[in-house]
Design a protein around this ligand. Structure first.
Ligand SMILES: Nc1ncnc2c1ncn2[C@@H]1O[C@H](COP(=O)(O)OP(=O)(O)OP(=O)(O)O)[C@@H](O)[C@H]1O
Ligand SMILES: [Mg+2]
Length: 271
């Protein structure tokens, strides 16, 4: 259903994504891992057409997305929703209006200008917020919510587009472990219940292992690992992260128990 064929993105002499070839043949939850600068965000931005590819192609259900122009790009962007580390909500606007902005792609400029939303859309927005457990915040300003709640509003906005794919660029990197878990649980549930494909850039190994069906490891713009969470051993991870002897799971973990175990081990060594 989704094929990358030598997809490449260069910035001047820097190759951020280097001839990535991959096939994903059914909707699944895919995690993309790799250290800072590996090319994870650039890969997602090309998929969503926020950035054009330099060469190669990316096809979805037989259509070459890299070839789309103008209105077709906007139509694709509503099929392929994106969520970001920093939520990208309008902070002073109420939650439900933020969610309704997920329908912008198919509304007239005039209606948008005056914030006129059809009643059915408003009910649907509230249903989606309900599903994500944050409907009681519908009338609050987005900025009044916690980070975890704001990210769920961003997910609701994405769902409003009824997308086939959700791309998430480090969706939990700004959240504490408890909120990170709530947000990842929500994404997983959306995948399982709706059958939507989710592609998620993640900083942490344990999150990729716990939530994803398939993990892609990137290093210097290339895919250096593509497999199941089981195949993602510490040795493989060391390879992906290009870490030297000081590599530890702790460095890429948001899991409280992993952190505590590591801390305890350090204390025991010290005493
Ligand atoms: N607009 C740009 N102009 C120039 N170079 C860029 C641009 N965007 C990304 N790069 C470079 O491309 C490489 C890949 O960047 P990218 O943001 O995709 O990495 P990443 O894996 O998402 O990293 P992080 O984990 O820090 O988010 C980096 O070397 C980065 O400096
Ligand atoms: Mg990034």
């Amino acid at each position: 259903m989704l094929t990358f064929e030598k997809l490449t993105k260069s910035f001047g002499t820097k190759t951020a994504v280097d001839a990535v070839s991959l096939t994903i043949d059914r909707p699944m939850m895919v995690g993309v891992i790799g250290r800072s600068g590996a090319g994870k965000s650039t890969l997602l931005r090309m998929m969503n057409r926020l950035a054009p590819a330099t060469s190669g192609s990316f096809t979805f259900e037989g259509r070459d997305i890299t070839e789309l122009r103008g209105r077709d790009i906007r139509a694709w962007q509503s099929d392929c929703a994106m969520i970001f580390q920093q939520f990208n909500l309008v902070p002073r606007m109420d939650v439900v209006s933020n969610v309704l902005h997920g329908t912008l792609n198919r509304r007239s400029t005039l209606a948008t200008l005056f914030n006129l939303f059809p009643k059915d859309d408003i009910y649907r927005a509230i249903d989606i917020l309900e599903r994500l457990g944050i409907a009681e915040n519908a009338a609050k300003r987005a900025e009044a919510l916690s980070g975890g709640q704001q990210q769920r509003v961003a997910i609701a906005r994405a769902l409003m587009q009824d997308p086939k794919i959700i791309l998430a660029d480090e969706p939990i990197a700004s959240l504490d472990p408890m909120n990170a878990q709530i947000v990842m649980d929500a994404l997983r549930r959306i995948h399982e219940e709706d059958g939507r494909m989710i592609l998620c850039n993640l900083h942490t190994l344990d999150t990729a292992r716990r939530y994803c069906d398939r993990v892609i490891g990137m290093r210097d713009g290339r895919v250096v690992f593509d497999g199941t969470p089981d195949q993602l051993t510490t040795g493989v991870a060391r390879d992906i992260y290009g870490a030297e002897a000081d590599f530890s799971e702790e460095a890429t973990s948001t899991d409280i128990s992993v952190l505590n175990t590591a801390r305890r081990a350090r204390l025991e060594t010290a005493s």
